[in-house]
Design a protein around this ligand. Structure first.
Ligand SMILES: [Zn+2]
Length: 331
C-alpha cells in the first residue's frame, strides 16, 4: 500500500512537471468507436478478464449455475471491474472520451443514451436498433429516426432471434434507413461462446454468415451497412461480400477483447491483406467495464503489421467516410 501511495505522489509530481514545461499538451489524435452499448448498470454486473476465450472447456448441461458469470472468465490478476452505478458509468465514459479524444456511436437504453448525449453532445452519435418486428413498429421506427436524435440504425441483431438479416420481416425497416440515408450496423458472426445454451436459445451460428446479407443488399442498393464483429470467424465470406458490395464496411467489436490476441491479429491481418484496410472500423462492443476502451485500443496500437496510416484509417478515417462525418469538426 505504501509503495502505491509513493508511486502516486511521484506520478503526480511528474504530471505537474510535464504540464509546467508544456502549457498546452497535445491532444491525442481523434478516434471513433463505432460500437458502444449504453446500458443500465446492474443487468450484468460481473468482472471480466479480456481475451478470456483461451481454453474453452467443455461444460456439462447438468452443471448448475450456467449463466453469464460462468461464461465470462474472471480468473486473472487484474480483471476489468464493472461500473457500479449509472452515474459512475457515465462519469467514466465521459472522462475516457475526453482522455482518448474519442467519439462513440452508441445504442441501447434510451434514457442512458439521452443522458450521455446531453453531457457530451459532440462525442456521442446515437443509434437505434431493431432486431425483430416485435420490438418496434415500422412507424415508430420511422418517427424515431425523423426526430433527429438518432443518426444511425444499429445494433440490428436478427441472428439472436433465429432470423437471417435478409428475412422479409425486417425489410421495411431497412427500406426506411435506405430512404433516409441512415447507415446501418448489423450483428453478424460471433455472439459469445455458449450463448445458445446460456441466455440466447434462438441464436444460430449459421445465421451469422456474411453471405446471408446479399439478398437484402440487392433489394436496397443505396443502403450503407457495416458488419459488426466483422463476421468473425467467417473471413472468407466476409472478404467475398466486401469484394462484391462496395459499400459494406466492418467493425472489430467484441472479438477484439474476447478471443486470444494471436487469433484477433490473424483475423484483422487477413482482412487487411485481402485489401480491405479502408473498410475496417474500430469498435469495442463496450458494455459495463470502463477500462475496456483502453484494453481494446491497445490491440490496434500493438498491431506491428499495420502502418501508422493503416491504424489511423481503422481508428478514425474509415468511420468518417462511412458515416459521412466532417473530419474538420474533430480536433
Ligand atoms: Zn453484436
Amino acid at each position: 500500500m505504501k509503495h502505491t501511495l509513493l508511486l502516486l505522489v511521484y506520478l503526480n509530481g511528474l504530471t505537474i512537471n510535464l504540464l509546467a514545461q508544456s502549457p498546452s499538451p497535445k491532444r491525442p489524435l481523434p478516434i471513433i468507436d463505432v460500437h458502444v452499448h449504453a446500458m443500465k448498470v446492474g443487468t450484468m454486473s460481473v468482472e471480466m478478464c479480456p481475451w478470456f476465450l483461451r481454453d474453452m472447456p467443455g461444460g456439462d448441461p447438468n452443471q448448475p449455475n450456467q449463466s453469464m458469470r460462468s461464461f465470462l472468465n474472471a480468473e486473472c490478476v487484474d480483471p476489468l471491474q464493472p461500473a457500479k452505478s449509472d452515474a459512475e458509468m457515465q462519469a467514466a465514459v465521459l472522462a475516457t472520451m475526453e482522455r482518448l479524444n474519442m467519439t462513440i456511436v452508441a445504442s441501447g437504453d434510451a434514457q442512458i443514451l439521452h443522458s450521455w448525449k446531453k453531457a457530451a453532445p459532440n462525442r456521442v452519435i446515437p443509434s437505434i436498433g431493431v432486431s425483430s418486428p416485435n420490438e418496434m413498429s415500422v412507424k415508430a421506427f420511422t418517427d424515431s429516426l425523423s426526430s433527429g436524435f438518432y443518426q444511425v440504425m444499429g445494433e440490428v441483431a436478427p441472428q439472436y432471434q433465429g432470423l437471417s438479416p435478409s428475412d422479409m420481416s425486417l425489410d421495411a425497416y431497412f427500406a426506411v434507413a435506405e430512404k433516409q440515408n441512415v447507415p446501418v450496423g448489423i450483428h453478424m458472426g460471433t455472439g459469445g461462446n455458449g450463448m445458445a445454451n446460456l441466455t440466447q436459445a434462438k441464436y444460430r451460428a449459421s445465421l451469422g454468415r456474411p453471405f446471408l446479407l446479399e439478398d437484402m443488399l440487392s433489394r436496397h442498393p443505396k443502403l450503407k451497412i457495416w458488419v459488426m464483429h466483422a463476421g468473425y470467424p467467417m473471413a472468407d465470406e466476409m472478404i467475398g461480400l466486401m469484394g462484391s458490395n462496395a459499400y459494406v464496411y466492418v467493425d472489430l467489436a467484441g472479438f477484439i477483447w474476447s478471443y486470444p490476441q494471436a487469433e484477433i491479429h490473424a483475423y484483422l491481418k487477413r482482412l487487411v491483406q485481402a485489401g480491405f484496410g479502408k473498410r475496417i472500423m474500430y469498435g469495442t462492443d463496450f458494455m459495463i467495464w470502463p477500462k475496456l476502451f483502453e484494453t481494446s485500443l491497445s490491440v490496434i496500437e500493438n498491431a506491428d503489421y499495420l502502418s501508422f496510416d493503416q491504424k489511423r484509417d481503422i481508428l478514425f478515417n474509415n468511420a468518417v467516410r462511412f458515416f459521412r462525418l466532417d473530419a474538420s469538426k474533430f480536433k
